[in-house]
Design a protein around this ligand. Sequence first.
Ligand code: ATP
Ligand code: MG
Ligand code: MG
Ligand code: MG
Length: 469
Amino acid sequence: MPTTNDIRAAFLDYFASQGHQIVPSSPLVPRNDPTLLFTNAGMVQFKNVFTGQETRPYNRATTAQKVVRAGGKHNDLDNVGYTARHHTFFEMMGNFSFGDYFKPLAIELAWNLITRDFGLPKDKLLVTVYSEDEDAAALWRKIAGLSDDRIIRIPTSDNFWRMGDVGPCGPCSEIFYDHGPDVPGGPPGSPDEDGDRFVEIWNLVFMQFFEDPPGTRTPLPRPSIDTGMGLERFAAIMQGKRDNYDTDTLRALILASADATGQDPDGQFKSSHRVIADHLRSTAFLIADGVLPAKDGRGYVLRRIMRRAMRHLHMMGTTDPVFYKLLPALIRQMGAAYPELGQAEALIRETMLGEEERFKAMLGRGLGLLGEETDKLPSGGALPGDVAFKLYDTFGFPLDLTQDALRSSGHTVDVDGFDAAMKQQRERARAAWTGSGDTATETVWFEARDRFGASEFLGYSTEVADGEI
Ligand code: ATP
Ligand code: MG
Ligand code: MG
Ligand code: MG
């Protein structure tokens, strides 16, 4: 049975043997795009190559890219622990053609890799195409021999990719694997497509137009290819599992969590262990790439992820900090492929320990308050916004942590009330500000704060233009 590390290497070797340059993953903090929270797709490091602003000494590339989807347009944070196929941190495998090959070879390379080299049975696979993309449908019939009922036409933006309002764009085609009728969920395009039965494993983007101004598309003289395959989803299939969390890497992290907390990995805290395994990866990789927990921006997204994991650890009865104790297990699994983890081990460890020490004291008291307030709620009721705000302001509970904590009892949070309480507090702060006498500076400061204050919540309310693949 191939390990996740074997599969990553086989993917890169395959594309290298087909003339692709193996390019290292770029950092999780994008260097070339300040509007993007985190690198969320393999194509991000190549954005300027696709637009023609930058050239490279190769026109075919392949990567295993670290990505985080915990904010902006792609936010999978709330899926984690609950679906079999979503993570906040994952590895996106990809092959890229910069004006070199296009649809026919892209489809052929992908199909040969998964059916010939990796041996996936054809009758378990189906594909989607953009409804207007007759070329792609014909190529899937011809190259893969797929019958029409296995080529699903999708008319929505899910199958039409755009870099932004202006820039390269084009139809995409996704390859799905059917885990079988025992798993709930319907085929792509059906009302119950959100289940774990039909899993999207690979997205092929055909960049064939340039859009400018918005709404006006002209064909690109040299169209390009951008693809993204989820390594964990593919590893699950190759390892005979239906759930990403049962693959070698993630299972090892779940066992580390079970060991550190003394709680059965498959018992009542099963989803907590999954959340912890996932959040351990995003935490360690983000810190290794220079993000530190903070009150706003990227650092606040990291803090939210860390505190969520810490709440789950706390719930399992741990009294002393434990999150940092899981780090060696991660380095054992992924340190060879990502040496930055080992290089930053001391920093990651100290940051995890420090954050948990600070949060632990407030966490117990905050959960006490939350318990009392939840007891007063009717079934399915919403926690009042001012309580959620107090938890945020006094006990350091990010809003999504409170929401996650209420999820198991079926309660929600009055988010409008929370926002209102936040706004009120801002106004009080403004009124109480006696100031330095420099009115111009103060005005600028408050305006900036009003405009950018929401950055504390960047990650679940702010839409950022990004390189969605
Ligand atoms: P989904 O519809 O399942 O949320 P997506 O269409 O958002 O996936 P893409 O943006 O097309 O995903 O990314 C390319 C590939 O990355 C997907 O085909 C999938 O295999 C993988 N992938 C996407 N999101 C996640 C995630 N949160 N965790 C693990 N793998 C993912
Ligand atoms: Mg998605
Ligand atoms: Mg999708
Ligand atoms: Mg997709």
